[in-house]
Design a protein. Structure first.
Length: 199
């Protein structure tokens, strides 16, 4: 009986892995179908420029492109967007300099959020198939899917906030009692304020 259980768990694990591989393939197909590439660098790259400025020891930007939405103060130009996405992009700037793969960055972040959502849902309903489908709906049934296909500055901010909410939910659910719905407390606004973008 135990051996049969192990075989069942192994098959279930393989099925879950194949499912997520299929999701990634469909994601890549949608990316290509909409005229994007995984390695795309967005022209609206304020966070890349800000990260580069930080690495050079200052917070103002040197001769940024005119089309960007920026703040002008005392003859210097600054990024006015919340800085959390910039912090996350520092490693990308170190490796790729100006041509950071913004789209790949968002795809990884969004997929990571979907995995976390699956973990949270499974914590409370114990149904693996239902958890996977609901987690898929959290991304593919919301504007998170659209945002993940382009690495623009607004998309980075919104998906960063979304990921922070997912991490917060996972941390709360780890210590929560699955039999009590009230044990999962609401996410306080301050937990995601640094990465949030409001249009």
């Amino acid at each position: 009986m135990l051996s049969g259980l192990k075989v069942g768990n192994k098959k279930r694990t393989i099925s879950v892995i194949l499912f997520f591989i299929a999701v990634v393939c469909l994601w890549v197909f949608l990316l290509i179908a909409t005229g994007h590439k995984i390695s795309d660098h967005s022209y609206y790259d304020q966070h890349t420029l800000q990260a580069k400025a930080w690495l050079n020891g200052h917070i103002y930007l040197n001769d940024p492109p005119a089309h960007l939405e920026l703040a002008h103060y005392n003859n210097k130009i600054y990024v006015s967007f919340p800085p959390v996405p910039t912090v996350l992009q520092i490693p990308l700037v170190i490796i790729w300099q100006n041509n950071t793969p913004n789209t790949l960055f968002l795809l990884i972040m969004t997929f990571f959020s979907m995995i976390i959502a699956c973990f949270i849902l499974h914590k409370f309903n114990r149904n693996q198939l239902l958890s996977i489908n609901l987690a898929l709906g959290v991304i593919w049934g919301t504007n998170a899917m659209y945002l993940s296909l382009s690495g623009a500055v607004w998309h980075q901010g919104q998906l960063t906030a979304f990921s922070q909410c997912a991490v917060k939910g996972a941390l709360v659910s780890v210590g929560a009692n699955p039999t009590r719905q009230t044990s999962l407390r609401p996410v306080p606004p301050g937990a995601v304020q640094g990465g949030n973008e409001l249009d």
